[in-house]
Design a binder for this molecule. Sequence first.
Ligand code: ADP
Ligand code: ZN
Ligand code: ZN
Length: 750
Amino acid sequence: MVAEIILNSNAKELNKVFDYNIPETMAYKAMVGSRVFVQFGNRKQLEEGFIIGIKESSEFKLKDIEKIVNENGLSEEKVELAKWMARRYFCNVSECIKLMLPPGTTTKVIENRVKEKNENFVSIIDEAIVENDIEENKFKSAKQLRILKFLLDNGETNLADLLLFTDTTRDAVKALEKKNYIVIEQKQVERNPFLHKVEKQSRKLKFTEEQQNAYDEISSKMDKNKYGEYLIYGVTGSGKTEIYLQLIEKALNNNKTSIMLVPEISLTPQTVDRFIARFGEDTIAVLHSKLSIGERFDQWNKIKNGQAKIVIGARSAIFAPVQNLGIIIIDEEHDSSYKSESTPRYNAKDVARYLCDENNVPLVLGSATPDTSSLYRTMKKQSVLLRLNKRANNAKLPTIEIVDLREELSKKNKSMLSEKLQEAIKENLENKKQTILFLNRRGFSTFVMCRNCGYTAKCKNCDITLTYHKSTNKLKCHYCGYETKVITKCPECGSENIRYFGTGTQKLEAEINTLFPEAKTIRMDIDTVSKKNSHEKILTDFKENKADILIGTQMVVKGHHFPNVTLVGVIAADGSLNMNDYRANEITFQILTQVAGRAGRGEDVGKVIIQTYNPDSFAIECVKSQNEEMFYNTEMRLRKQLKYPPFCDIIVIGVSSKDEQITMKVAQSLHKYLKDRVEKENIGIMLYKALPAPIDKIKNKYRWRILIKCKFGEDIIYLMNNTMEKAQTIKYCKNRDANISIDVNPTNMI
Ligand code: ADP
Ligand code: ZN
Ligand code: ZN
């Protein structure tokens, strides 16, 4: 028998199937998905690979497989998925397979690792330097190289795990520490992602009518063992989670496994607790990036061996080794974290769709502010819309007021807080209620605006806010390349009060502390939550009333339930509104609606005050009137007019290299290739010329890109795979001086 093997390699030229002979003594172990070791070319070390097919014979003279390891093999279904993804996302099959392997895969099987209270943790000091030095072949020791690559892939790891997973020695780690590549720190740990015991039990609630209707629709699909896609579009607090819980219960009763994806940032114990309270800890597995590699490995095994029948996790949990899938639920489906922005550049929603279809089970997306693309799917009848209009526990929707910041300026109020917001905070403090102050940092500090009239410079071709480039002192459109001089005087009102935008949480906290010295504040931003579990600690402290005011960025937005919060203040809504992205309105509407949803979740009616320089923007008006329908209708109309998704797809072909000339040359030659194909074959796409990317240099690499608008489908997949192949014939790509990526509808247009 002959095995078709994919080598575990990122090298484009190795993204092929190689045939190997299966020795008779190994025949019983050889299966699709098996991990194998083979001799490749004239390399000394054995190479790792995967069997992706088995056949009778081959026309070539073959080498034998050296070794077959089955413990960590993949199911046939996962191999098919990897092949599908490789074609769909223009990457190597092995790069997709990696997502599906147990965390930190190695030939060693890990058992009975002891739980210690204090462990040594190893982390890389500067990833950019390590990446660079690996590329320049600075590491002669294979062990040191394995350690660094492992840490790059998996982040901070405890020393014992690191040695096991990489099959290396303490000496190798010490050597790297001496060379200042890594640090070893002692930390207290608990090898259990369920940080505290959940004592409370929750029983299922009696559904409201709206909930019941939604549940029945999906449940009947489960009974019929059929695929179907659903979008539960329900205001914050409308009881979506209760529907998920009962759908999962139904799957559980049929002995089937459920996957529930939530955004990384909201995967806190509070979220998980609701599931534990209903189903108990034993049947639940949690997967996310803050877990240590050992914890991840344990959770993965709990799924693989069938103990865990409910998988809760961030994006990559979609690849969990479940058997007998019953349903996939994606909560907060509008969240951008479901799309991967590094190779493989997959969208977990697409993968979920594929898996549900293969398994004949329903896919449920849920949000209070759905993605326009998901709504569009319901309009095209590719998905069923299920609306929940009322809050489940009869909590009232908050009142929303808009403060025009242009007027504050004319009142000579230079504070970040308007008079109205200051008043409201004062009142709230007096009533012993809590306040959340939200700083919208999306699109941070890259645009200029007139403080007098709210004017921002936009591209005349694309209607996208122009981005300020400090190095050239110019304003630039990141879509078409249009650029103009920086304005010093407002073209609308003549004012010279032009400002570069960006304000920080620290500054805000300092201001609050001056204005309200008696108030206790907690700040939540990238700086304060980077440590493990600190994110939860802040939220728990706030929930337990240990502070009066929570100041934060996006992180405060995600589905938390703070019954004592009656006031939410948005410092400036304009950040996201002016980001250089066609989704600026949608993201603004989503963020503001979500943040407003934090107010008044208890018995008191909540109050939301939104400060903005653009009170007339329709996104803000729709948030104010809580008129979602008007928002989506207007936005859809604009998208259609300007030919943006969901009415078309945007493909970004990225080229990067350390050499600016090479980057440009490769980008231009790919553009020429595409242009010829498009003209000759009359392919209906909009091809933009090759341009430097908005951030044209990252980690010492120059970046160019080609933008394409099209209707993504089989013909485009074909064309893009051809383009990738074409790229491999360019000498700079062949010798890896330049790197190519192709991304469909990236969430980040930088
Ligand atoms: P969402 O996920 O849409 O934000 P949740 O499921 O968190 O909504 O529900 C919001 C609140 O309403 C929770 O406190 C929940 O316990 C409560 N709730 C949900 N469904 C019901 C119901 N059918 N009857 C009573 N309370 C409910
Ligand atoms: Zn102006
Ligand atoms: Zn433009």
